[in-house]
Write a protein that binds this ligand. Sequence first.
Ligand code: DX5
Ligand code: ZN
Length: 212
Amino acid sequence: MKVALSILTADFMRVNDSLKEIINDVDYVHMDIMDGEFVPNISFGPAVVKSLRPMTKVPFDTHLMILHPQNYIKQFAEAGSQYITFHVEADCDVMETINLIKSYGVKAGLSIKPNTTVEEIKKYLPYLDLVLVMSVEPGFGGQKFMVSAIDKCKELKELREKNNYNYLISVDGGINDKTLPQISKYLDLAVSGSYVCNADNKKERLEILHNM
Ligand code: DX5
Ligand code: ZN
């Protein structure tokens, strides 16, 4: 299994130090961007993404949990994101935002919250490089995995096979050694935050997920 490491719960003052044992072994670094409007929490913005860019050559997978993603695509693209994912529930023109992301040579992802169905994003699937299924309510790390994500990933995989679509299927929230096996066969990429970042032996935890 490919792993995107969410650094939301990492110690930012010493992020280089605390993550150096694994940062080059993950498949993506997952940047959780929160604006205090779309979700009840604030994290960090494009300046921080840019300052973290030299930390590793691993691609950045930027997850925008913000109300107006369209206004910030340029900044997050220029900060060094290889994927930019935004929410279908955000206040923007979805198709325009997908095209805007691609216009910077960045891959476009669309995310759905636990109460949003795959049906609601069906018309965008042909244009996407990634679909991010939330298995927690976005806003905070360290929450419990919601099993409703399993059927959504299964449906996305069936739709991809049937229609020859190209998106990666990714899941975000509450991923650990117990929850990943329940969903891994429908996934290309698992986002993991606290399970890996908050462990004493981060390398071991990452290996457990990689081997699933
Ligand atoms: C939730 C974020 C997730 C989260 C993952 O709003 O999008 O990426 O930080 O953290 P864990 O793995 O701790 O649920
Ligand atoms: Zn995320």
